[in-house]
Write a protein that binds this ligand. Sequence first.
Ligand code: ZN
Length: 349
Amino acid sequence: MPLVTTRQLLDEAAKGGYGVGAFNVNDMEQIQAIMEAAKETSSPVIIQASRGARKFAQDNYLYHLMLAAAELYPEIPLAMHLDHGNGFDTCVSAIKLGFTSVMMDGSLKEDGKTPTTFEENVEVTKKVCDYAHERGISVEGEIGVLGGIEDGHGAGGSGLDHVTDPDQAVEFAERTGVDSLAIAIGTSHGAYKFTKKPDGSVLKMDLLIAIHKRLPNTHLVMHGSSSVPKDLQDIINQYGGKLKETWGVPVEEIQLGIKNGVRKINVDTDNRLAITGAIRKVFAESPEKFDPRDYLTPARAAMQKVVAQRMTQFGQAGHAGDYKAVSIPEMAKGYANGSLSTQPLVATK
Ligand SMILES: [Zn+2]
């Protein structure tokens, strides 16, 4: 299938009542792991690259690897998404390269660290939406600021410092025309999200539900949503790693989110843990080995296992064949003639 947009994927997910995992990649093996998991579970999927990934891999490598994935798996709806674009120019460069979806994270200034004002966020996000929609490309915005830092991006601090205000979420969706909306409900990027199993005092699912009630048709996005499972932490530490004890977002909380408007769930850390654990195991058990395939093959298989598990848990499994790709020019027409609405349905309080 040609690359599709996240708007189409998420509209379909809303119809089917499921969520779609968005998995970060930096290299060929990670893309292969995701595509094999999608094939195994018959799942539509979003593959995303951050600015850090684009720098690590170079744009052209990433783009052509994604095209290879689309060619090799014609039965899988696949979107290529820019994670945490830090400004208009970054989003434009991704769109020109061939990304079918971008995130404009206007919650932070272009340095990727300093929180912006609400007005600054609206202004830059609307500018990206106007540019992208004219070209049929989808846009994710962010209101509220996540905790932690990943790939040099983030305000740092706790996920509770700048949680999303529901009234601002409504105004933001109305004024920008975003296709999906990332909200801050206490989660953080990276492995160290919570110091114990999170409860309602640190993971604000009630806030997510309140936002969904006000914006019942808006596709919500959960960032920092790796579950950081103990068994993956244990494998790393068993083979010489030194991870501190940590908790992620429990899968059952994500599933509660999916029942309440969450359509895109970002997962990166769990895959990093799976890869590193598998590589450490080979190094520890077979120190005589030196062919990279000897450790990259089990690393890729370990990531595939985690991704397939998440696809099943998020409910996207079994939905790859539900629909045909809508082309990018058709999407552009839809925005122009209003059949693809950019105005949210708003419920009164
Ligand atoms: Zn994020």
